[in-house]
Design a binder for this molecule. Sequence first.
Ligand code: ZN
Ligand code: ZN
Length: 277
Amino acid sequence: MRRSAPAGVGADSGRTRNVGTFTVHALCDGVGTFFEPLSSAFPDAGATELAAAVALDPESFPPDGRWRLHFHAFLIRPRAGGAILIDAGIGDANAPAAEWAPTPGRMPENLKLLGVAPSDVDTVLLTHLHSDHVGWSVVNGRPCFPNARYVVPKADHDAVGKLNPRVRDEILAPLAATGQLDLIEGKVRLGPGITTVPTPGHTPGHTSALLESGDDAIVFSGDAVLNALQLVAPRVAYLLDDNPEAARAARLALLDQARLRGAWLATSHLTDPFLRV
Ligand SMILES: [Zn+2]
Ligand SMILES: [Zn+2]
């Protein structure tokens, strides 16, 4: 489901979108296989839905019945300068996600290739506190982005002991100590053109984001949409959703919003980081 590149755009265009005056880069931190069979990860999915999802994202559905997933973070670069990171990948070989995700991730190299220094990043939004979204926030007790405020949903912060105590101790505690932790609730403006969109359910505080510039828009879904199954059948729940009913409602509302706005969707775990809904 790779989209054809506009004429004159380089080979990397599948990983980059221009959104008005912003450039958005997909940073693929790794590609791995989920620890449960697909039929367990999305138990409500029927054969018809599966066939439609396979047609949309064939690489996610290898013949062995597993789920092959990418781990994307996104970098937003405003023309005026600075950089906003949406999620922080799976992290290094010692990160909390190393228990199941294909660490080490590639974010440091990916940023270097784009000519972005860690000190250039002014904002990091963690859509939620699952280990595969926070990995490059803090490494060896030190925040990776020294000048950034780290925006974290308060409801996930408050539930982190249940979500993952290592994330509390190894990610949140160092950010709190340096004064870089910024807890948010509800819809918050992160900067010109970019606002958070509360999408609770996958986790208690799960938060997506909307970037708008002129006629262009892009929705960063986080894990409100995990797999192509949830695009062809948004009612299909995910095994590990904290509240599947709330997650379903949030997903339906987010996809409606993207459709009405004519926005691109930037997904965490589908093969193609950008697609239209
Ligand atoms: Zn998640
Ligand atoms: Zn995830």
